[in-house]
Write a protein of this length. Structure first.
Length: 292
């Protein structure tokens, strides 16, 4: 029995040199398709590479990345777990996996994988960014700020990190720093989800109402259900603080029609009356649109 156990490793089938080459070729095609954002083709080639040689270096990691781009987070997570069995020294593996944990709100798992990535490469800007996202989700604003500072030291042009640092600074009432970061993020990527809305909210909080009105007008013009009602509400509040009841109520009417309960209260108790001020004005918590 003991001799049989010793021989077992030699009886396991190993891929031939030709099979190994074919797996590598499929993986290269997958990488090229992935870089071109042709995710269906990339997935087909990644599947083929793994089918030929399950241990092809980087196979499961790349397939996980492709699945993550296709929003198959469960499938991506399974591939990252498999990838770790073949190579647990790749920091990018743990960066990718921490991103899934952030997206799904698993703070502790996200922090653990970000820390594993940083233990392998302390200068990975994405790992620091993911750690900052996890800290933000866990309501550790000071920790998030430290992580994002480090990420941006390494890569100052990361619009996502600039936006999140702006939001974190806003949450800490560091409005000057927050506005600077949000403006920089918007300059780098004007289409970044939530960046205009976040900038508008912080301008409102900083009492820069005229500039905030311009930003909220851009958000409204862009459309989309996500921030539209909030943009109407905040633009109304800017007009209210500038003593323009007519414009304020027009926007609160739009927000109320969109389902905002505070706007409906204001319509009943201010807009539809002769009141000059809103009785018991609702206080909005700072709202931003962060997508992970």
């Amino acid at each position: 029995m003991r001799r049989t156990l010793l021989l077992l490793p030699f009886l396991l089938p190993l891929p031939s040199a030709a099979q190994a080459d074919r797996a590598v070729q499929h993986l290269e095609h997958a990488r090229s398709a992935y870089a071109a954002a042709h995710y269906e083709d990339a997935l087909l080639h990644a599947d083929s590479a793994i089918a030929v040689n399950e241990a092809v270096p980087g196979g499961y990691k790349l397939r996980g990345d492709i699945k993550q781009r296709k929003a198959d987070l469960h499938g991506a997570l399974l591939d990252y777990v498999r990838a770790e069995k073949y190579d647990d020294r790749d920091p990018r593996l743990f960066v990718s996996r921490s991103a899934i944990h952030v997206t799904e709100g698993r703070v502790k798992d996200a922090l653990r994988d970000a820390d594993r990535a940083l233990a392998l490469d302390k200068n990975d800007a994405d790992a620091w960014y993911n750690r900052g996202c996890a800290s933000y989700l866990g309501q550790d604003m000071n920790g998030a700020l430290r992580d994002l500072d480090r990420s941006l030291e390494i890569n100052p042009k990361n619009a996502f990190a600039l936006m999140l640092r702006g939001v974190v600074n806003g949450a800490l009432y560091n409005d000057r720093e927050g506005l600077s970061d949000l403006r920089a993020a918007a300059a780098l990527d004007a289409a970044l989800p939530g960046v205009r809305m976040s900038l508008g909210v912080q301008l409102f909080e900083a009492k820069q109402y005229q500039e905030a009105i311009g930003v909220f007008t851009e958000v409204i013009a862009a459309g989309g259900d996500g921030a539209l009602v909030e943009a109407y509400y905040y633009r109304a509040d800017c007009h209210y603080n500038l003593d323009d009841k007519e414009r304020a109520c027009a926007d609160w009417r739009s927000a109320g029609e969109g389902g905002d309960k505070d706007a409906q209260f204001i319509m009943r108790n201010y807009c539809n009356t002769d009141e000059e001020k809103i009785p018991r004005k609702p206080v909005k918590q700072r709202k931003t649109v962060i997508e992970f």
